[in-house]
Design a binder for this molecule. Structure first.
Ligand SMILES: [Zn+2]
Length: 830
């Protein structure tokens, strides 16, 4: 019996909740009346509460006493006598605190344009923090209807999941605001937000009013979110063929927010930069980020909110599917963004994590609530959605959609296990979906498929791909999509590979083979040298995602020791004429890893590789250029300035700094100028800090924030570190800033000393779920690996246990690469 789980002896069906937050005092009081059904007579009721004081509890006219079980975040209510089976009304009076850890019911502050501070209270309940706001059956399977009232100062805006349906002045400067009943839903989706917010006028979408809620002065940043939100809500209700269940939809920009956004039904909360954007000055990539997050959250209104996982082991499917849908929806809305190609670098990042021995199966048993917090990572979102994409491509888009619709319809307002979706897709397709997907989600890692050809036969073998080359006998059921060339043209064959090796006799002579045709398979490939040469000779015939895969797989095989770094750098020279942003992003990422890992300078190679492409693009956009071409310019400009140390690029960047305030400057060039001048130490730190502090859009703020940790001066690194700790930089951003400081090669030693020295402060300062964000670039510090191990080995870090183990192993992988390939690199670069 899991001590964290509630016994399934009683269930709530309706909560009537009244909450009265006191913003200046950072406290709140509340009452609730819960309709419950007791399945079998018992002596007590057990539900969840943490950091709450219960002042009174009663069941009908029986007074119950409370005992607290803080370790498992549960309370027991009892008067010693049996509680009979049947329906009861439970009433509780309670008090709590508005914490500053960005979870539960929390307090956050912001300064307005005149420097005046304002306070808001808001919620973030997923995974298990509704219990910090009101006592409840805080597991996703205990769905109920919520009737919420908030007592707030009359000049504040109050928002919850339902529409406002009543407002009663209380005669003391406060009002009691009543919201419409929610649909039947899980506790983690309840939300309330109170503060000096403003609202846009509503637009109509899918039959309901949609608004953006923001702070004073931000209205002009809301238009894109309104447009995207309205489009996606309608598009998704058409795709699923099921109406949206809320009676309104608000998208709220929250000044302090731990995640990107949260899919509370009817009241979706976002961090500023994921919702508010100025379409006139934002880059395509920045607009795309907002579009993706909105599409993702709205996809959850059905997949997650309407049909919900039974327990937290299923969170991966919830997130994987929303991430997958965000791309399906966006690809339809803005095909010019090439969403699936653009997703490839994120998929690569998840595969890199998944190539470690310390990876995890996508789905695993979750016992304690804090283990669920650790599931919000690359494996859940990026690997999970890649697996769904691979499955969709295998089944066909129409069949897949049909299965999803049946799944949603047959589990409306209820809870499911992962297998329920596979079963629906199996019925729709007749394919063995369950057995294929089980092999992918219950096994950590992913396969390497080795490919060779002899005469008329294509021979394939699989084994687990792992950077440290550990051997095991895991096997996957791989839905292979193979393209091959013969004298008569290109042919395709699809086959589910289940064993360690297989040979496909195609009955004619094979000239070349592509073992991941279309590029959507979540596996690595390795070709015999001759086959690889054949593919490199016909790059123009391959789809962009297939070309991407050649670079991606080759680089992964370098880290694993199967391809020499010299061969890899030689391979990249075949891509000099490449024009796709995503492929260059992969190339630049690998160059960054080489730059960080080796002492050998690579600037000459970088200039030689990239300058021709940069020369074709020129420094500034020409009329009629598309967004991805602009992004490519920004990427190459930055890479030349940083890893190429290109004096010409740095001079151009320096000359453009005074024009950064010019609204007509291309946003991609602006971002590149900021990054290059900061990392080269030719920008003025103080002026960049002021631009960060006073930025007029969240995107501009992020551009400067990301630049502050790049300055090569140790004293400035120290300043940035201090600001992240003392909250001159918000705690929602501080952990990322410290992570980026560690990744600054020029100041790494001093930053690491401080990071390790102040680790306890970091742990106590930052919101628990953000601590792991400080560790993201630890792999760049392979020079100092022994110090890092000496410090962290044997330490356990709650909320970041898995992340720490993975980052340390990642560090080891790069340390091994450094030792193995340094001579090779020097020899190649001559
Ligand atoms: Zn999500």
């Amino acid at each position: 019996m899991n001590p964290y789980r509630l016994p399934n002896t009683s269930r709530p069906s309706h909560y009537q909740i009244v909450l009265h937050p006191d913003l200046p005092a950072a406290t709140f009081t509340g009452t609730e009346t819960i309709t419950i059904t007791v399945a079998e007579a018992s002596d007590e009721l057990i539900l969840n509460a943490v950091e709450l004081e219960l002042d009174a509890a009663s069941l009908g006219d029986r007074i119950l006493s409370v005992s607290y079980e803080p370790d498992t975040e549960r309370i027991h209510l009892s008067d010693g006598a049996p509680i009979p089976a049947g329906e009861h009304t439970l009433a509780i009076v309670f008090r709590g605190i508005l914490n500053d850890k960005l979870h539960g019911f929390y307090r956050s502050t912001f300064e307005d344009k005149d420097g005046q501070e304002h306070v808001i209270a808001t919620t973030q309940f997923e995974a298990t923090d509704a219990r910090r706001a009101f006592p409840c059956w805080d597991e996703p399977e205990y769905k109920a209807v919520f009737s919420i009232r908030l007592i707030v100062d009359e000049d504040l805006l109050a928002i919850s999941n339902g529409r406002e349906i009543g407002r009663r002045p209380r005669g003391d400067g406060t009002v009691e605001v009543t919201f419409s009943d929610t649909p039947t839903m899980s506790t983690y989706l309840v939300a309330f937000v109170v503060g000096p917010f403003e609202e846009t006028g509503p637009v109509e979408a899918a039959g309901v009013p949609l608004r953006v809620i923001h702070r004073a002065g931000q209205e002009r940043l809301a238009s894109f979110a309104l447009e995207a939100g309205a489009h996606y809500l309608q598009w998704l209700s058409d795709y699923y063929g099921i109406p949206y269940q809320g009676d309104k939809l608000d998208l709220l920009a929250i000044p302090d927010f731990a995640f990107g956004a949260m899919e509370n039904l009817g009241a979706v909360t976002f961090r500023d930069s994921a919702l508010l954007v100025d379409p006139d000055t934002a880059s395509d990539g920045e607009l795309q980020r907002v579009s993706e997050v909105i599409a993702h959250e709205l996809a959850h209104m059905w997949f997650g909110d309407y049909v919900t996982m039974k327990w937290w082991n299923g969170i991966w499917l919830n997130e994987a599917f929303a991430t997958f849908m965000e791309m399906v929806a966006q690809d339809d809305w803005k095909p010019e963004w090439k969403t699936w190609l653009g997703f490839a670098p994120a998929r690569s990042a998840s595969m890199a994590l998944d190539a470690l021995g310390s990876t995890r199966p996508v789905e695993f048993e979750v016992v304690a609530p804090h283990e669920a917090d650790e599931m919000f990572d690359l494996l859940t979102y990026q690997k999970g959605s890649s697996l769904v994409r691979m499955l969709q491509q295998f089944l066909g888009e129409g069949t897949f959609r049909e299965g999803v619709k049946t799944y949603l319809e047959s589990h409306a307002f209820a809870n499911t296990e992962t297998g329920d979706l596979w079963a629906a897709l199996e019925r729709a397709s007749g394919a063995p979906v369950g057995s294929i997907m089980d092999s992918w989600i219950f096994t950590g890692g992913h396969p390497l498929v080795k490919v060779d050809v002899g005469g008329n036969a294509i021979s394939l073998s699989q084994r687990r791909f792992q950077f440290d080359q550990s051997v095991n006998d895991d096997l996957w059921e791989i839905p292979l999509r193979i393209a091959y060339g013969t004298a008569d043209g290109i042919r395709h064959v699809n086959e589910v590979m289940t064993g360690p090796d297989t040979t496909i006799d195609v009955g004619e002579k094979v000239d070349w083979v592509l073992a991941n045709a279309g590029g959507h398979g979540y596996y690595r490939t390795a070709y015999s040298p001759a086959l690889l040469d054949n593919l490199l000779a016909r790059l123009d015939d391959l789809d962009p995602l297939e070309r991407y895969g050649l670079v991606d797989d080759a680089w992964a095989n370098v880290i694993a020791g199967d391809v020499s770094i010299g061969d890899y750098l030689e391979l990249l020279t075949c891509f000099r004429r490449e024009t796709e942003h995503a492929i260059w992003e992969m190339i630049v990422t690998s160059l960054g890893q080489i730059y960080h890992t080796f002492d050998q300078p690579i600037d000459g190679y970088v200039r030689d590789l990239i300058s021709p492409a940069m020369g074709r693009l020129g420094w500034v956009p020409t009329g009629g250029e598309d967004g991805l071409t602009r992004r490519l310019r920004g990427l190459l400009f930055t890479a030349l300035g940083r890893y190429g140390q290109d004096q010409g690029v740095r001079d151009v960047a320096a000359s453009l700094v005074p024009k950064l305030t010019d609204r007509s400057m291309d946003p991609e060039v602006a971002k590149a100028v900021i990054t290059v001048t900061a990392s080269a130490g030719i920008a003025d730190y103080d002026s960049f800090f002021l631009k960060y502090r006073d930025a007029e859009t969240p995107q501009e703020k992020m551009r400067y924030l990301h630049a502050l940790p790049l300055f090569p001066d140790p004293a400035l690194a120290d300043t940035t570190f201090s600001m992240a700790i003392d909250e001159r930089i918000k705690s929602q951003d501080g952990p990322f800033v410290i992570g980026r400081l560690i990744g600054n090669k020029d100041v790494q030693r001093v930053v690491l000393d401080r990071f390790l020295g102040e680790w306890d402060t970091i742990v106590s300062t930052f919101p628990p779920m953000l601590i792991r964000r400080t560790l993201g670039l630890l792999w760049t510090a392979s020079r100092y690996a022994p110090d890092i191990h000496a410090f962290f080995d044997g330490k356990t870090v709650k909320h970041a246990e898995k992340a720490l183990a993975q980052q340390l192993e990642n560090l080891d992988a790069m340390t091994t690469l450094r030792a193995r390939a340094a001579a090779d690199l020097a020899a190649y670069l001559g």
